[in-house]
Design a protein around this ligand. Structure first.
Ligand code: SF4
Length: 244
């Protein structure tokens, strides 16, 4: 198993200056529409007491979870975890745009792209990674706050950063085991302040999942059945007229 890749991010909030170059690079690389984003920098606010004050910024994006609730929620198997490296991706051809994965993600890192009508999120810039390049956010981060690589490779920057880290922390989701693959190093990150909530489907979404979608499927099925019956009747009528 030593040769199996496990891609992940290592993030050092002490190196983030909130310049947001990563957001711009991600948008440009992945054609993310305005008013949406695949990555964030969360401002934890001022910490400490005067005069010992500091302000911490926490970059984050899809955690490429070991147990991704989004994959479980997807009714068309469009979203899946790549067995070869662990990156969670969305097959845009297979996505039906139902939005259930958006609701299922406890980290709220998915959105429905208004231009495509499909779900979208960080895919670790797979197109760059497959060319041997770092994701756009990592390549652009001047402070080296965002690192990416193979967590199983002792030679990788992420492995070495974890080895030398003063502290390591993951952000667990509330009430759901996800196995996130972003590791925060060197600084305590207050997950209570981050917008992480329970993966509970709101009533409106449950209505959508259990009433609207089955209703649409049933209506489409009935329409098809009606047309098939009408066609069969026409056919039978035509045959009897031909016999007469
Ligand atoms: Fe899926 Fe959300 Fe985990 Fe990313 S962070 S793998 S979108 S559940």
């Amino acid at each position: 198993m030593a040769n199996v890749k496990k891609y992940g991010f290592v993030i050092d909030p002490t190196r983030c200056i909130d310049c947001r170059a990563c957001l711009v690079a991600c948008r440009a690389e992945n054609h993310v529409p305005l008013n949406h984003t695949r990555i964030w920098v969360y401002d934890q606010g001022v910490q400490g007491t005067f005069p010992n004050l500091s302000q911490q910024f926490v970059p984050y994006n899809c955690m490429h979870c070991d147990e991704p609730p989004c994959v479980e929620a997807c009714p068309s198997q469009a979203t899946y975890k790549r067995p070869e490296d662990g990156i969670v991706v969305i097959d845009q051809e297979a996505c039906i745009g139902c939005g259930l994965c958006v609701q299922a993600c406890p980290y709220h890192v998915r959105y429905l792209n208004p231009e495509t009508g499909k779900a979208d999120k960080c895919n670790a810039c797979l197109q760059r990674v497959e060319r041997g390049e770092a994701p756009a956010c990592v390549a652009t981060c001047g402070g080296g706050a965002r690192l990416f690589g193979d967590l199983n490779d002792p030679e990788s920057t992420v492995y070495q950063a974890l080895r030398l880290a003063k502290s390591i922390k993951q952000l667990p989701a509330v009430n759901v085991a996800t196995g996130p693959n972003i590791y925060y190093i060197n600084e305590p990150v207050d997950e209570k302040k981050l917008a992480i909530s329970e993966a509970i489907m709101p009533a409106s979404d449950a209505f959508y999942k259990y009433v609207v979608i089955p209703g649409v499927i049933a209506a489409a099925g009935l329409t098809f059945l009606g047309q098939a019956v009408a066609f069969a009747k026409q056919l039978a009528k035509g045959e009897s007229e031909f016999e007469d």
